[in-house]
Design a protein. Structure first.
Length: 269
């Protein structure tokens, strides 16, 4: 039996904005699925815990304004998933007052970000930041003063709190990620189609199992399977080109939005 569509709350990622969801919103409107966007652009540089608390206030006010008290689906991109999880698992983790059917995360750094760690690396950091400036990081970016970046480092107190809290049994978690199995350079040219990751020996390595910014190992959660959507092996008609599978474009990729709609409507296998 298909699930009845529920209202959707959308949470964007770091250095992004609510407009990132415009293509998905068009699909939601076509399917008559109500939606609302959480905008945290005005909190840039604030601790992720503060933004998570603001997400909770945002949802509470939206519920009051709409007089809706039922379950919701929450869709988040990148660090937006960490924000959503902190609100649901830490802030509301024991009370379970917030009714969420499923949390759908796109390219989430659930275990912290190797790239955030690289940003502050004395040897590699400046070159990485210079390469990503204007594409993924803003001009004049200072990782040491950006609390969001500090919080998403793998061993940060914020990430430790998330790990200690664990996932909620009353929520279905969906993790959608992309990969570049053939190593197409155009997938994410700035890193030659690969993604940096922090290996078990605390060494930085590159992998094709990632979206250019977040590696699969950073997205995994206990008991939750990754939904991997790979870039095409060759240019294929009716499929987005390889660069549309990188982290920056996840919210715009029609194949990913197809998968989201399948989860929202219960038509996914």
């Amino acid at each position: 039996m298909k699930n009845a569509p529920l209202p959707v709350v959308l949470a964007h990622g770091w250095n992004s904005h609510p407009g990132a969801w415009n293509r998905l919103i068009a699909r939601l409107d076509e399917a008559h699925i109500p939606w609302v966007r959480f905008d945290h652009t005005g909190m840039a540089g604030r601790p992720l815990s503060d933004i998570a608390a603001e997400l909770g206030r945002f949802i509470t006010k939206w519920r009051e304004d709409s007089a809706y008290d039922g379950a919701i689906d929450l869709i988040s991109h990148s660090v937006g998933t960490c924000i959503a999880r902190y609100y649901l698992e830490v802030c509301d983790g024991t009370a379970h007052k917030e009714k969420v059917r499923q949390l759908i995360g796109l390219g989430p750094p659930n275990n912290g970000s190797a790239l955030a760690e690289l940003f502050v690396h004395p040897e590699h950091g400046p070159a990485i930041i210079d390469r990503l400036t204007g594409i993924f990081v803003p001009a004049g970016f200072d990782p040491g003063s950006d609390r969001m970046v500090q919080d998403v480092r793998p061993r940060s107190p914020f990430m430790e709190q998330l790990r200690a809290a664990g996932t909620r049994p009353d929520i279905t978690y969906r993790i959608i990620v992309t990969a570049n199995p053939v190593g197409a350079g155009e997938f994410f040219p700035l890193f030659a189609g690969k993604t940096w990751m922090l290996a078990g020996d605390n060494e930085f390595r590159q992998t094709l199992a990632g979206d250019g910014i977040v590696a699969h190992a950073e997205s995994v959660l206990p008991g939750v399977s990754l939904d991997v959507i790979s870039a095409p092996f060759t240019a294929e008609e009716n499929l987005p080109p390889p660069d549309q599978y990188c982290h920056i474009h996840l919210t715009k990729n029609p194949r990913i939005n197809d998968r989201i709609l399948a989860y929202l409507t219960g038509s996914a296998p």
